[in-house]
Design a protein around this ligand. Sequence first.
Ligand code: AMP
Length: 210
Amino acid sequence: MNLIFLGPPGAGKGTHAQRLMHEFGIPQISTGDMLRQAIKAGTPLGLSAQRYIEAGELVPDEVVIGIVKERLQAEDCQKGYILDGFPRTVPQAEALSQFARIDMALNLSLADEVIIRRLSGRRVCSQCGSTFHTSNLGGKDTCPKCGEKLVQRKDDAPDTIRNRLNVYAVQTAPLIDYYEGQGLLRTVECDPEATADETYLQVKEALGIA
Ligand code: AMP
C-alpha cells in the first residue's frame, strides 16, 4: 500500500505513520526527517535546506522531489510506503504522480489553536528522536526513553509555528481538493481530547485496515 499523510504540522502525521510502519512493515518516509539529518551531517543538501526550515518556509520543490524520487527506488519501498510530509505543494504532487502510484491520501485535520499548543510544548530527544510534550515531562529536560537531552526544534518557536501554519494553508491545503478530486482522500477529524491509541484506530479505520 502506497500512502500519503497530509495535514498541518503537529497533527500527528509522524506519530501515526511510525506506528503503521511498525505494525505493517512498510517504511515511513519523512522528508522533514531526511532534511534534518542532512543538516546534522552538514551535507550540501542540508546546507541549502537549513535556512528554509529554520524560517518555517518550504524547501524548493525540485530539491524535495529529487530526494523522494531516489528514496522510493530503494528495496524497502517495493511492498509499500508512507509518505509523511510529502507532497506539500501541487507541483510536488504532480511530479510524484509521474513516478509513483498512490493508493490513498490520509488527511489528519486539527484546529490551529491545538496545533500551536502542541508544537510550542514539543521537545525532541537529541539522541533517539522520540518526541514528548512538556506537559508530560514534569519539568525534566532529559528523554524518558534513553536519558539524553531533550531539545526544542528551532521551527517550533512561536513565530515560526505561525508561519508554518500560514504556509500550510496557502501551499499545502490545496492538496486536499487535489486528492479528493482523484477519489483518493480519506479524512480523520482529530479529537484533541482523544488518546493516541484512539486516534490511531481512527486512522486505520479510515484506511480500511482496522
Ligand atoms: P516536517 O518535519 O514535516 O514538519 O518538516 C520540517 C520542515 O522541512 C518544513 O517546515 C519544510 O521547511 C521542510 N520540508 C519537509 N518536507 C517538505 C516538502 N515536502 N517540501 C518542502 N519543504 C519540506
